[in-house]
Design a protein around this ligand. Structure first.
Ligand SMILES: [Ca+2]
Ligand SMILES: [Ca+2]
Length: 473
């Protein structure tokens, strides 16, 4: 299958340890009762269950870091709102506490396992992004002790509010990424793995904590060593079209996570704020620099899930999913949210993937919601069929009351779609200008129901708390 252009990519992010265990032989120390323990998921398990992701319609996977992890597990206190408020040992199951950047953690698998995973993903038309950390190491990394590397770290404690570049994020040892020796080592470690295994790109962790000139050197190095198409998606905490431009203007990366979409959408579908203000917000996202991408999501490993923030209101959640799939950017799906995983907040926003009655650990026997998955699948299919949804412009058509109607137009292909979202508890109607060339009738791609087009006017009729995606003849 051909690889797809990133402008219409659909990304699936998973915490590898929490997805599928394909090798019980690397499960020493696994403790599934501990929310902060390793749960056994690995590259082999993921490779074996790729169809679970491919059949959803995803075109790319982002997996958490897989380099060898620190074995130190500090005690932590769960947020009572998560459903787990007790103390627990917080281990490096998430992969962000490296012990050594040059070897893979046997708990996640080997380089051969990674190569096999990439081959299997490519065979299904999916790319693979690996999460990499350049800013810090784990609390007990061997680099802190070795005489050759112990000077690679800043010794003076710095507060992140005072200086994001030299501070210790979460108290983690900060690498002196301005030193040529440190840069060369880190680039060699991460890019070497990409060269050897055929990765399609990186998700870059803690971007704002490393110098811009590092990221510029990094971009040149990836171009030189792994090719011009190697994709870079950065995590700039608080990222938006405006904030991320500081990293796009000098081409440090291709895309950045959009931290604004989730909260804006959650508020809007709960009736907060005026429809016209939300429309202006969606329009503003289109000011992203030409050729660069936002990646917008509803849940992540670092925030409370949309499901939790919406109080379990499935109707509201479905509206946010519809908005996610009809908005500009690369939609990112957080593993399991498509089947109703019970992610809450930390530490329970990284729960096991719900496998239902399939014999897969971890997460075997955890209930899953097939109808929610169908909603995702249908929306992703509609998005991939319409360039207007992934790459088109934004036109506000109606913002009366609780009904938002907007047009998405993609001029190069001539594709046009009209999206209507009714967040209210009553039915809503509007008459809006139909895209050029729509005569007679349009069809709601979600329900299959026809809609009238009379003399260039589309009759928009939306049931309570529902979405319509009108497509032309
Ligand atoms: Ca395992
Ligand atoms: Ca730093």
């Amino acid at each position: 299958m051909p690889q797809r252009d990133w402008s219409d990519a659909v990304l699936y992010f998973l915490v590898l340890d929490r997805f599928a265990d394909g090798d019980a032989g690397n499960d020493a120390g696994v403790d599934r009762a501990n929310p902060g323990g390793f749960h056994g998921g690995d590259l082999q398990g993921l490779a074996r269950h790729l169809d679970e992701i491919a059949s959803l319609g995803a075109t790319a996977i982002w997996i958490t870091p897989i380099v060898r992890q620190d074995s130190y597990c500090p005690w932590a206190q769960g947020d009572p709102a998560s459903g787990f408020g007790g103390a627990f040992e917080h281990c490096a199951f998430h992969g962000y506490w490296a012990d050594d950047f040059k070897v893979l953690d046997p708990r996640f698998g080997s380089e051969d396992d990674l190569k096999a995973l990439i081959q299997e993903a490519h065979a299904r038309g999916m790319k693979v992004l690996l999460d990499v950390v350049y800013n810090h190491v784990g609390y007990g990394s061997h680099y802190l002790e070795d005489s050759a590397t112990r000077d690679w770290f800043r010794k003076k404690p710095v507060d992140c509010a005072a200086d994001p570049l030299t501070c210790q994020v979460g108290g983690l040892p900060d690498l002196r990424t301005e030193l040529p020796e440190v840069r060369a080592y880190l680039l060699d470690a991460h890019l070497g793995l990409a060269e050897r295994t055929g990765l399609d790109g990186f998700r870059l962790d803690t971007v704002k904590h490393v110098e811009h000139d590092f990221w510029q050197a990094h971009r040149s190095a990836t171009r030189e060593r792994v090719g011009p198409d190697f994709f870079l998606l950065g995590e700039v905490w608080g990222g938006s079209a405006q904030v991320l431009d500081d990293w796009f203007v000098n081409d440090e990366m291709d895309a950045g996570l959009d931290f604004t979409f989730k909260g804006s959408c959650e508020s809007y579908v709960q009736g907060k704020g005026r429809t016209i203000a939300f429309s202006a917000y969606l329009e503003k996202r289109h000011r992203v620099r030409e050729g660069y991408h936002l990646s917008h999501y509803l849940s992540s490993h670092d925030e409370p899930s949309a499901r939790m923030n919406l109080g379990g209101d499935q109707g509201a959640l479905k509206l946010c999913i519809a908005l996610q799939m009809t908005s500009l950017g690369i939609p990112m799906i957080y593993y399991g949210e498509e089947v109703g995983a019970r992610h809450t907040t930390w530490p329970m926003n990284r729960v096991d993937f719900p496998w239902g009655n399939r014999p897969v650990e971890p997460g075997r026997g955890v209930e899953r919601d097939a109808s929610l998955r169908d909603h995702y699948r249908r929306l992703i299919e509609i998005r991939r069929r319409h360039r207007a949804l992934s790459a088109g412009g934004y036109e506000r058509l109606s913002t009366d009351g609780d009904l938002l109607v907007f047009g998405r137009n993609h001029e190069p292909s001539g594709d046009a779609v009209v999206v209507a979202i009714n967040r209210g508890t009553g039915p809503a109607e509007a008459q809006v200008a139909a895209p050029a060339g729509w005569g007679g009738r349009a069809v709601d791609a979600l329900s299959g129901e026809p809609a009238a087009v009379t003399e260039g006017t589309l009759q928009v009729v939306v049931p309570p708390r529902s979405a319509r995606i009108y497509t032309g003849p």
